[in-house]
Design a protein. Structure first.
Length: 271
């Protein structure tokens, strides 16, 4: 399903030079979101043949993908006449990754950020003087909202361009209570029982049990887990979170559709 976050005409195929290893792996080895895998393979072969530096980078950045890159190059048609069309097809197929290469555009181009009201976050829990972790922080939608009242907010984000964007914002705006660092949702670089609030939005869902377990691990007993999505049309509920004991907090969003946020109080004993 197209997200509409980018116009591929506006992006160079060199955008792929900014992808992280895990993004390259998802794009090439686990690209299940491609509607037409035959067309995607042909287009990627054409685009990589025309952009040997990108082909080299993908192989070096993600060695487990090197064989596939070689196969795509070998299978590419000779003398194609639609190189730019192929590039744009590939860019559009991973538009969520491509938009991360221009984080300064995200607030304007991603409706879930553009139309979101930060008061929706504060309706879920009290952030006053709390120590907070934002997992998969992106360009900082939740991070910088929470930082207006929290004691300290840690933004964990595995994409380098997004980390740099948040750090630039911290410097430019003189924000003193936000720290940005690398980290995946399944491998957070913090000790057990560290945070009063552990939040995310549009992050949990690839492996529900593993991801929720890691969020719970770093949250203090009595703390809160939050899934706070941005506003977008047609937001779908999450029965997977309800099955795991999360509470749904719904509201009518900016597009007139029902939005679904979730929270869960963490109950556990410290050994």
């Amino acid at each position: 399903m197209a997200l509409g976050w980018i116009d591929p005409h506006d992006y160079s195929f060199n955008s792929f030079l900014l992808l992280e290893r895990f993004q390259v792996r998802l794009m090439l080895l686990e690209g299940g979101w491609h509607n037409d895998k035959t067309e995607w393979r042909r287009s990627m072969g054409v685009a990589l043949t025309a952009n040997p530096v990108v082909a080299w980078y993908l192989k070096q950045r993600c060695p487990e993908c090197a064989g596939l890159v070689d196969t795509l190059l070998a299978d590419a048609p000779s003398n194609p006449t639609d190189i730019r069309k192929a590039e744009e097809y590939c860019l559009a197929s991973v538009e969520d990754f491509v938009i991360y290469t221009t984080p300064d555009r995200m607030a304007g181009q991603c409706e879930f950020i553009r139309e979101w009201n930060p008061t929706r976050l504060f309706e879920l829990v009290d952030f006053s003087d709390k120590t907070v972790l934002d997992v998969g922080a992106g360009s900082g939608r939740l991070t910088f909202a929470a930082a207006t009242v929290a004691a300290k907010v840690y933004a964990s984000e595995p994409v380098g361009t997004l980390r740099e964007f948040m750090r630039d914002k911290i410097t430019t705006e003189g924000i003193t209570n936000v720290q940005v660092l690398d980290g995946l949702i399944t491998d957070l670089p913090f000790p057990d029982n560290t945070f009063d609030v552990v939040m995310s939005g549009h992050v949990v869902g690839d492996d529900w049990d593993e991801e929720v377990a890691e969020l719970t691990r770093v949250c203090k007993p009595g703390g809160w887990l939050i899934d706070c999505r941005g506003d977008s049309p047609g937001d779908a509920p999450s029965p997977e979170l309800l099955e795991r004991g999360w509470e749904e907090v719904s509201y009518t969003g900016s597009f007139g559709s029902l939005m679904h946020n979730y929270r869960k109080r963490v109950v556990k004993q410290i050994p």
